[in-house]
Design a protein around this ligand. Structure first.
Ligand SMILES: C[S@@+](CC[C@H](N)C(=O)[O-])C[C@H]1O[C@@H](n2cnc3c(N)ncnc32)[C@H](O)[C@@H]1O
Length: 224
């Protein structure tokens, strides 16, 4: 079952900026570079990615499962279009958007491959899918500090600031479980779409930025 973000919506932004020491804003700004046209932001949460896209002059639709998160998003950006919708069943026709973005959302999908396939379906051929996601750093030197921070300090902050230790214990556990780099692209590959990938490690690899250009639909012969 999907984690219920309604429970932490009120404190989400404050915790996000505090936990990442404000880096989340820079990561989103970096992610939207070069995007234009009609953009869908999936799992838009409280709308920070939509705000960045609007600043670039894009027309943006934000979708999320959580009504509480969306309520905050709507207050931030009145010119955005908002919809309660499941990433795994997007209510849009094929090839409807010039770009599709998702920041810190795909890790929370119940069925990752299904969500990614939907995001590819609604993206125009030639368009960009941009995904930002948290990850465990590869460096053995950084790992002990990262583990201390995510396993102890973040849950402690979660209980002090948001009154919810459980949500912020779920966070590092979900990051550790989530496929990164080539493993993530392998899941994307299973969606049956052809794409050209590019990815970068941000801030020692604690965040990953994937830029995926959709090439075309690969016809998979069910008899093969
Ligand atoms: C960590 S928040 C990220 C919010 C925002 N994108 C940001 O940049 O801060 C994850 C969001 O994903 C949403 N979410 C999780 N599964 C979803 C799904 N299947 N469809 C739509 N939204 C989903 C949650 O409701 C939550 O708002």
């Amino acid at each position: 079952m999907a984690y219920d973000f309604d429970k932490i919506a009120r404190d989400y932004d404050r915790m996000n900026h505090l936990m990442t020491l404000g880096l989340d804003r820079l990561w989103r700004r970096r992610a939207v570079r070069g995007l234009h046209g009609n953009v869908l932001d999936v799992a838009c949460g409280t709308g920070d990615m939509v705000v960045e896209l609007l600043k670039r002059g894009c027309t943006v639709t934000g979708v999320d499962l959580s009504e509480e998160m969306l309520a905050i998003a709507k207050r931030k950006a009145e010119s955005g279009k908002w919809k309660v919708a499941d990433a795994e069943q997007l209510p849009f026709p094929d090839e409807a958007f010039d770009a599709v973005t998702c920041a810190f959302g795909v890790r929370n999908f119940v069925h990752l491959e299904k969500g990614l396939a939907e995001m590819m379906r609604v993206l125009k051929t030639g368009g960009m899918m941009v995904i930002l996601e948290l990850a465990t750093p590869d460096s053995k030197m950084i790992r002990p500090f990262y583990n201390l921070y995510t396993r102890h300090i973040i849950p402690w902050l979660g209980s002090r600031i948001a009154g919810n230790r459980e949500a912020y214990t779920y966070l590092p556990a979900s990051i550790e479980r989530f496929p990164k780099g080539v493993d993530f692209l392998r899941v994307l590959n299973k969606t049956g779409y052809d794409f050209s990938p590019d990815w970068q490690k941000l801030t020692f690899g604690v965040c990953r930025l994937y830029r995926i250009q959709k090439l075309n639909k690969v016809k998979i012969d069910p008899l093969l």
